[in-house]
Design a protein around this ligand. Structure first.
Ligand code: C5P
Length: 213
């Protein structure tokens, strides 16, 4: 199979030296790329700014910075893939205007106007064909399962991986993660705390079993 994976955060520029970002390290997405490649899939890894290296003959890495750049890359490559796993923590907002010069500190309040970014997952869900499989992630802090299921329907995912910030040692930055997999059919699978590599193995086995590719 040819599998597209998005990973890491996005950086939204404020001025030439500053950005709005988030704490995503890309570890989960890179673990997914590694597992997919080891299982002889062809991987297109679209990575936001991360401090990670990955070398595998089956992986083509495309580095992007902003949500807009990630959107463009996904729109270009998803139609050529059998499946996509959207693991990136994409910024939901980006500055309305980017200052050409470094914004000076004048000891006053600064108001930066933000506009919503494009929802990459929703756009991928719209162009998804019958033969393609789309998996997304949801990081929730409350009403986790119902929020995740709503997200899966809205974005036309075939599967959603839920991780909760309420779980210790799971999520941003950790080498471990604790997930619940929810399929389009409504079936739910609860997993214990595992390394991100093991979690990636679990996720990829669902993608391969459930997809028709
Ligand atoms: O709505 P929320 O951001 O929580 O949805 C999370 C899922 O949507 C993840 O799979 C994430 O990669 C994807 N997403 C995206 N583009 C956005 C926002 C989220 O692809 N602009």
């Amino acid at each position: 199979m040819k599998i597209l994976i998005t990973a890491g955060p996005t950086y939204e520029r404020i001025d030439p030296v500053r950005f709005i970002g988030n704490f995503s390290t890309g570890k989960m997405g890179f673990a997914l790329a590694e597992v997919c490649a080891e299982k002889k899939n062809e991987v297109i890894l679209i990575a936001g700014p991360v401090q990670l290296n990955i070398e595998h003959k089956n992986i083509t890495r495309i580095d992007v910075q902003s949500a807009e750049q990630m959107y463009e890359a996904v729109m270009e490559y998803f139609p050529k893939c059998d499946a996509a796993i959207l693991c990136a923590a994409v910024a939901d907002f980006t500055p309305k205007t980017v200052a050409n010069q470094k914004i000076k500190s004048r000891g006053e309040e600064l108001i930066i106007k933000l506009k919503p970014t494009k929802d990459i997952a929703e756009a991928a869900g719209k162009i998804k064909t019958e033969k393609q499989f789309l998996a997304g992630f949801a990081l929730e802090t409350n009403h986790e399962e119902s929020n995740a299921m709503g997200k899966m329907q809205r974005k036309n995912f075939d599967m959603i991986v839920l991780n909760s910030l309420n779980d210790k040692e799971a999520g941003f930055g950790y080498d471990t993660n604790k997930i619940t997999v929810i399929l389009k059919s409504g079936e739910k699978y609860y997993f214990p705390l595992k390394t991100k590599k093991e979690v990636a193995e679990d996720i990829v086995s669902f993608v391969r079993r459930t997809s028709r590719g």
